[in-house]
Design a protein around this ligand. Structure first.
Ligand code: ADP
Ligand code: MG
Length: 201
């Protein structure tokens, strides 16, 4: 069985995160919880690269469209479209504009339950509903309604993989094997070793 500490996940600081000068703040959030940074680069991408990225998961359109429709319903709002696939196709077009608007910082973080821990620290998709203390909750104030009315993507600073399966495919889309650096971090001893000894002099 693979130990939970070996899990890894993709994080992207989207163009708004870079423009808001939040690179250091965002990295610090993942760093201080105990995760290990194993790959990082600044990159400018094409629309095609983003289309491929969001369609790595054939279910993404359905899930994303349904999530959007549910958010509207929960707030008692009506969406002009009601087919989830159609809704998600619009979202994808907007995402291509958003992601190609400037440089992105792409990273791979490794550690116990990396996918769930990173999602927890990142916060939910719609910043106005994201918990206080999360990146999306603390640093931005966007909403589905405002983004949709203005015909643009939700600006929520960060992308984080949604599941272990999604993470594997996404890391492969953004990084080659050579770009991922396997190394030992001294703090792993205190985080994961069964016996902690040799500390006292
Ligand atoms: P997450 O990034 O939290 O996993 P999704 O995978 O559902 O969220 O959506 C991907 C990205 O698409 C979101 O982070 C957001 O930037 C954008 N997005 C999602 N839904 C909408 C929407 N209804 N209107 C505009 N942009 C959206
Ligand atoms: Mg997602």
């Amino acid at each position: 069985m693979n130990h939970p500490k070996n899990e890894s996940t993709l994080v992207l600081i989207k163009p708004d995160g870079v423009q808001r000068s939040l690179i250091g703040e965002i990295i610090g959030r993942y760093e201080r919880v105990g995760l290990k940074l194993i790959a990082m680069k600044m990159i400018v991408v094409t629309r095609e690269f983003i289309e491929e990225f969001y369609t790595l998961d054939p279910e993404w359109k359905l899930k994303t469209g349904e999530k959007n429709l549910k958010a509207y319903k929960d707030k008692g709002l009506t969406n002009t479209h009601n087919d989830p696939i159609e809704v998600a196709s619009f979202i994808l077009e907007k995402l291509k504009i958003y992601y190609t608007s400037g440089p992105i910082v792409a990273m791979v973080w490794e550690g116990a339950h990396a996918v769930a821990v990173v999602r927890k620290l990142t916060g939910s998709t719609e910043p106005v509903m994201s918990d206080v203390g999360t990146i999306r909750g603390d640093f931005v104030l966007d909403s589905y309604k405002m983004a949709d009315d203005d015909l643009r993507s939700i600006r929520n600073l960060v992308h984080a993989s949604g599941s272990v399966k999604e993470a594997e495919a996404e890391v492969g889309h953004w990084f080659s094997e050579q770009e991922i650096i396997k190394y030992r971090h001294v703090q792993e001893k205190i985080l994961y070793d069964v016996n902690i000894d040799g500390i006292e002099e």
